[in-house]
Design a protein around this ligand. Sequence first.
Ligand code: AMP
Length: 271
Amino acid sequence: MNLIDSIAAFRSHSARLARPLGLVPTMGALHDGHMSLVRRARRENAALAATIFVNPAQFGPREDYHAYPRDLDADLRKLQDAGADVVFAPSAAEMYPAGFDTYVDVGIAERLEGAARPGHFRGVATIVCKLLTIVRPDRAYFGQKDAQQALVIERLNADLNLGAQIITCPTVREPDGLALSSRNAYLDPDERAAAAVLYRALTRARGAASPDAARRLVLAHVEAEPLASLEYVSVADAETLEELDTLDRPALVSLAVRVGAARLIDNILIE
Ligand code: AMP
């Protein structure tokens, strides 16, 4: 497995990679959610690239860019064991050199997470655009855990003709339903137990008769957990992310909850 930190070196190396080439972009601190993407990409492609880059452009000024967990050595061991051919792990200066002044805005980014975290998806779309352009994969793998991100990237890939097939993979969960996330490391044992409320609340919403009933169920369920506070709950059209009044089409039920120092997100699809 090759570890590469410069764009020029990746470009000259990538000509030697077999095709089809699969790409799994990550911010590192790899867990089994990431590894499910890696395993699928390994199965479906002749060559496998992963990227590890904690992207400063997608963190707000008061967010956890500096605290975000980083463990490159452990990540490289996991990727090597999973059969990755190449890992691209550039520095922030490599991706955003002095004078960098071009950003990508995707319309669907204004809702939900985009409204709660201004500028977040601008940073995501910009870095994914750069990574897809540098790596030029045939397929790129993302997690349903970040449902809106997956939609933003599909739009970006189609609108800017980036040429990859975007594949969205199911959310990997702990036995109590908590979605695996690098940010779960911020939770102490009591908060970790409380964090199971996200998936429990989503599961309750599944049986609701209307979007409003679903929102109320989620709110009541999260409010009953003293260590958790609900930032938003949404029941939206699964493609456009417009809030729904009636459950007459596939819906994405999503929420953001603060538990201690962690801001956690999760979602389920109601077909
Ligand atoms: P991140 O390192 O958080 O940027 O995540 C890298 C990729 O892994 C993204 O496409 C995420 O949606 C995906 N991912 C993160 N957590 C999970 C999970 N629990 N299950 C499936 N995919 C995940």
